[in-house]
Write a protein that binds this ligand. Sequence first.
Ligand SMILES: [Zn+2]
Ligand SMILES: [Zn+2]
Length: 333
Amino acid sequence: MNLSRCISPLKKLKNKHNLLLFFTYSTTTTTTTTINANKPTQPSPPPIQVLLTESAGRGVFATRRIGAGDLIHTEKPIVSYPSQSLVHSVCYFCLKRLGNNKDSLQGHSVKFCSNECREQAKGFYEIEERVDWSAYDEHCRKLGLKYPLLVKRLACMVVSGAASAQCLDILQPARLLTQMILEMEDEFSLLKSCLMKANFKDEQMACILFLTKEWYTGVLARIRINAFRIDVAGGSSYEDLFLSAAASVEAEASVGNAVYMLSSFYNHDCDTNAHIIWIENVNARLKALRDIEEGEELRICYIDASMEHNARQNILFEGFGFRCGCNRCLSGD
Ligand SMILES: [Zn+2]
Ligand SMILES: [Zn+2]
């Protein structure tokens, strides 16, 4: 992510000869338009494509006109993890807030909102529950670390065969300072010692070979700039509203963090034409904020857009490593 990713969409499209890769993202998601809201909807590929240019990084572009308010696509995360303070009050798989106990199905120490989530969680949970994570979890809690918990879950997915050790490689990594790498190496040693003490079958033990310092720091470097903080928009009941109010007083308002593939390809803009929202769980919904023309780049805002120019520039540089050159920043707003 750098300044060149924020050049105008027109300029980007004129440089088509620079395209290294041109592909249409295809998923099983359903797109709907407000016009056809009353008709049964057919699953269709989302109206976007990801273009990779030599100079401007990746970006997401509209393949047809998209109307203001339209759902562009939905996306499930590659990996997610609940906020530590809410680990017993949200679904351990989809991060949906659990209103009361009768809606949740008891696990050993965590809860799931449905049998479907419990089933899908097997990809990491069957490994995770055979390991004593207390030293690692305590380390994260003490230092207020969220991202190493995503790495822990991903490591369990890799051991169980549910994910490839390279599944995040396509995402751009953050630049790491030496001090950060040293801290990560301590975490890595903790993670590895927890896994090594577990009573795994031989073939699972062999799988742990992927777990090197380089793997750990590489994954964390990608998670650092690609993870989304999940703020579920409003609850469906008074109880949910109460829970979210209580949660924000107690600790974090966010239900957790997650990493997505396609959503990570959206570039930033301080005056954006699309946004990412979560209605009840970790499944993301990308929506158009205004009418978007065919060929136009779709961008989301990585930060709180209500901040002033200098504050935005500082946060984007420190957090994401680029100076924003969007039209709003160029105008000095
Ligand atoms: Zn769930
Ligand atoms: Zn900007």
